[in-house]
Design a protein around this ligand. Sequence first.
Ligand SMILES: C[S@@+](CC[C@H](N)C(=O)[O-])C[C@H]1O[C@@H](n2cnc3c(N)ncnc32)[C@H](O)[C@@H]1O
Length: 304
Amino acid sequence: MPALAQEHLKKESAQTAELIEIKEFKAKNGSIFLGDCLKTMQQLPENSITLAFTSPPYLNAINYEEHVEKLQGKKERWERKEVSYSEYRDFLVYRFKELLRITKPGGYNVVNIAPVGWNGTRVALPFHFVSWMESIGWKFCEDIIWEKPVAKDRRSGVLLQHPYPGYYYPSLVSEYVFVFQKPAEKEKTENIYWHRSKEEKERNRIDLKDYQGEMSKNVWKIRQVAPQETIHPCAFPVELASRIIKFYSYKDDVVVDIFAGSGQTLLAAEMQGRKFIGMDTQKEYVDYALEKIKKVEGQKKLTD
Ligand SMILES: C[S@@+](CC[C@H](N)C(=O)[O-])C[C@H]1O[C@@H](n2cnc3c(N)ncnc32)[C@H](O)[C@@H]1O
């Protein structure tokens, strides 16, 4: 890692340690920690989780503190934050490095990410992100495309107004879902997927009914969450999290979302009988996620 980045990270981790108190909110099968995920992960043991699924915050695009203040009626609108791309890279690198430490050998880290606008330019964040992850030790495994049926932007209108070469701006209907794995030094003895008993495998057998079609390919069409369905500005669909959890974890495994937001990963984990750990800096989102999870817990109790 470049010296500048290391310097910044040292500073940041010192600030984090000083300023942020972590608070745990418990549910029956897991917890959500309020605070910086870096500090939370630092308190978790090495090799303790099986799977992570998350979508990282776009710190230049959404100011989550101010979004929450708007939700609470304290602000009319939220302002963007000034964050440089290298600061953002360092923010992510440091956190995903800590995630690598707490992941069991062979465990997976799945990240939903898309190109992003930075100072008026469209930045190839997903492609940079893959090389950042590889440089800290994650092994790249899969690139899944999440295709959304409806675009939020009107980019394709540009060519309608200027029907000439050089005006092609397709509407953006896809995001990436990248799958990384923590390498296991001794594949057979360390990799957690090699040690599942026959009984455990049978209990977790995947229903091949749906696998014949879309799910056997790396483009998944899933409807995005509509703004009126959630309080969060960028929640991903529970269906997306459910597929990842089904393909990469067993029942009772610990599934983590280090940027949990409205708790879609945690909810999917609860619904599929996994343990979960969520982390987020915003109390409003943590409360909202817990409420959703407790509802599912209640429904499960009724059907038991
Ligand atoms: C892209 S959103 C995740 C949305 C989530 N996937 C969902 O479906 O609701 C990123 C989240 O990261 C949280 N966040 C930002 N900085 C953080 C940090 N240092 N530690 C933990 N969470 C953080 C934000 O509050 C935001 O909720």
